[in-house]
Write a protein that binds this ligand. Structure first.
Ligand SMILES: Cc1cc2nc3c(=O)[nH]c(=O)nc-3n(C[C@H](O)[C@H](O)[C@H](O)COP(=O)(O)O)c2cc1C
Length: 197
């Protein structure tokens, strides 16, 4: 049975209704629909509006699919095989400030790419094509296979698809196919000064 996601304060339901399913139907996603999800990521805030996020996407049954799919760890390949699209989220570590000739480090490149991924995930949920982030992939292999320059971090992969029946998953994953809970607010937010355990 699905445990309800209880909040300690009222928030817009989109935040608790979004979750990361692993059961996908295998339905193909139109490229324009996928680009619509990345469009949401495009409008994320970033330090100095640098927009350090970069995305490489692949739709199932296209030549782009296998090079991305083959970089996933075996566990993720097991369920992401039925996704409609894979998106590699990268962040560029440096930027060229106005009037400078040499790039300088951007200390918030990962933070900003994380904001962009969350925009994508929320839009994906609203669009009925839920997204599931994955840290489990071979970054060296992906960098080589996809030609990612060294000043970019390979942050995460994202599987996107039409949500399917959890019965399609291996038994061990069926039990995990439900919205998860969260730490209590007091465990993650404190007033004034660090006082966590
Ligand atoms: C950066 C990142 C990496 C993740 N890596 C994996 C992964 O490799 N495999 C997987 O099955 N889920 C992965 N997840 C999914 C998380 O386990 C999931 O988001 C978390 O348990 C919270 O659940 P929810 O997204 O359903 O709210 C990842 C999520 C994020 C944001």
């Amino acid at each position: 049975m699905t445990a309800p996601r209880q909040t300690e304060h009222p928030i817009d339901p989109q935040f608790t209704q979004r979750w990361s399913p692993r059961a996908f139907t295998g339905e193909a996603i139109p490229e324009a629909t996928l680009l619509g999800l990345i469009e949401a990521a495009r409008w994320a805030p970033s330090a100095s509006n640098i927009q350090p996020w970069r995305f490489i996407y692949a739709r199932r049954d296209t030549p782009a699919w296998t090079p991305l799919f083959d970089c996933l760890v075996e566990f993720n390949r097991g369920w992401a095989v039925n996704a409609a699209a894979l998106v590699l989220v990268m962040s560029k570590k440096t930027w060229l400030p106005h009037g400078k000739t040499e790039p300088v480090p951007n200390p918030t490149h990962s933070f900003d790419a994380g904001a962009a991924w969350m925009s994508l995930a929320l839009q994906a949920h609203l669009a009925g094509w839920p997204a599931h982030g994955m840290g489990g992939f071979d970054r060296d292999k992906a960098r080589l296979a996809l030609g990612v320059p060294s000043d970019h971090v390979l942050e995460a992969m994202v599987a996107i698809g039409r949500q399917g029946d959890k019965a399609s998953l291996p038994e061990a994953l069926q039990a995990r196919e439900t919205p998860s809970t969260r730490l209590a607010l007091a465990q993650i937010a404190v007033e004034g000064r660090y006082s966590f355990d």
